[in-house]
Design a protein around this ligand. Structure first.
Ligand code: DAH
Length: 330
């Protein structure tokens, strides 16, 4: 008995103690074999034997429990020490990303028009001749097709050169009145300081019953839009030509780099061209089978807006993937 108790107290770890527990209290342990002896003891001795054995068992269990508490406490202490954290140490800061200036500008433009209840529409980047040109009053061999250097596929498909085909798709899929913008990626064979082969546009289209949509409406919304985007600027409408609008205009804002005094960026004119617009040409309505309606449309280049809003001098830097460009916009 002394020896058994000794074994318990000698256990220095929980694992040692577990071994002792199996030896003592296990199915084939010391106590079990002691109890087994009872069947060979006869008469009055049996009771005394059983009582003695039970007393020992209770005593052993008590020392076991006590030792277990001691070792468990030591174990907890050990783990706490070995896993100690210095919460005052500096951590490694996670690198924060930033929205690309083109996407950020796109979001701002979309937010402006969504607030005015314009729906946001989209269309495929791989277009066909009908939606990209024909229905927009740009028949085959029309000289204005040269304005847009197109990437063609062998099967006659093409990468859309503007977001205007989304006008056509939306008109074909719904009925007037229409109030939509179409933000998206477009492609042209062009590459220099102010052109990249892939860029982004936002197209706008408003259509209602004949006589309900006027050039005055178009001017009002675009002036407010440009003042929202660029702040306190002058806005000027210049007569221009687009096949899909008549009359058409190009819209300039007073140069935000030189306050219209004249600089390299505005080619010393004091003005920056920012978008094209006009009253939807009747031929466009004919192509989609619309009658007795009136409408206006506009289209703008998102990169140009981003460059002007953030004063980025070279358009190509937007697409070089240099992390240092993005870091400036955190
Ligand atoms: N699609 C024209 C372009 O890519 C931009 C444009 C001009 C769209 C006038 C229009 C518009 O809807 O009315 O250059």
């Amino acid at each position: 008995m002394k020896e058994l108790e000794e074994n318990i107290v000698q256990a220095k770890t929980l694992e040692d103690l577990e071994k002792v527990r199996i030896e003592l209290f296990g199915k084939k342990g010391v106590l079990a074999s002691e109890f087994a002896k009872m069947k060979d003891i006869a008469g009055p001795d049996k009771k005394a034997f059983a009582q003695g054995l039970n007393k020992n068992k209770v005593a052993l269990q008590a020392s076991f429990d006590a030792q277990y508490e001691v070792l468990k406490a030591q174990e907890i202490e050990r783990v706490l020490k070995s896993e100690a954290l210095d919460v005052s140490l500096y951590g490694t800061l996670a690198q924060k990303g930033a929205l690309h200036p083109v996407m950020e500008t796109m979001d701002k433009i979309i937010d402006y028009f969504v607030a005015l209840n314009f729906a946001v529409e989209s269309g495929p980047m791989v277009e066909d001749d009908f939606h990209n040109f024909e229905a927009l009053n740009l028949p085959k061999f029309h000289p204005a097709r040269d304005m847009q250097d197109t990437f063609y596929f062998k099967d006659g498909g093409l990468l859309r050169t503007h977001t205007s085909p989304v006008q056509i798709r939306t008109m074909l899929q719904s009925k007037p009145p229409i109030r939509m913008i179409a933000p998206g990626t477009v492609f042209r064979r062009d590459f220099d300081v102010t052109h990249t082969p892939m860029f982004h546009q936002v197209e706008g289209l408003v259509i209602d019953a004949k006589g309900k949509v006027s050039f005055a409406n178009l001017k009002a919304i675009l002036i407010d839009f440009l003042e929202t985007m660029f702040g306190d600027v002058e806005v000027r409408f210049r007569p221009s030509f687009f096949p899909f609008t008549e009359p058409s205009a190009e819209v300039d804002i007073s140069c935000i780099f030189c306050e219209a005094k004249g600089c390299r960026i505005c080619s010393h004119t004091g003005w920056l061209e920012v978008l094209g617009c006009g009253i939807v040409d009747p031929n466009v309505f004919k192509a989609v089978g619309y009658e007795d309606v009136s409408g206006y449309a506009f289209g703008l280049g998102v990169e140009r807006f981003a460059m002007l809003m953030h004063k980025i001098p070279d358009l190509r830097s937007l697409f070089e993937g240099d992390i240092r460009l993005l870091e400036q916009f955190r």
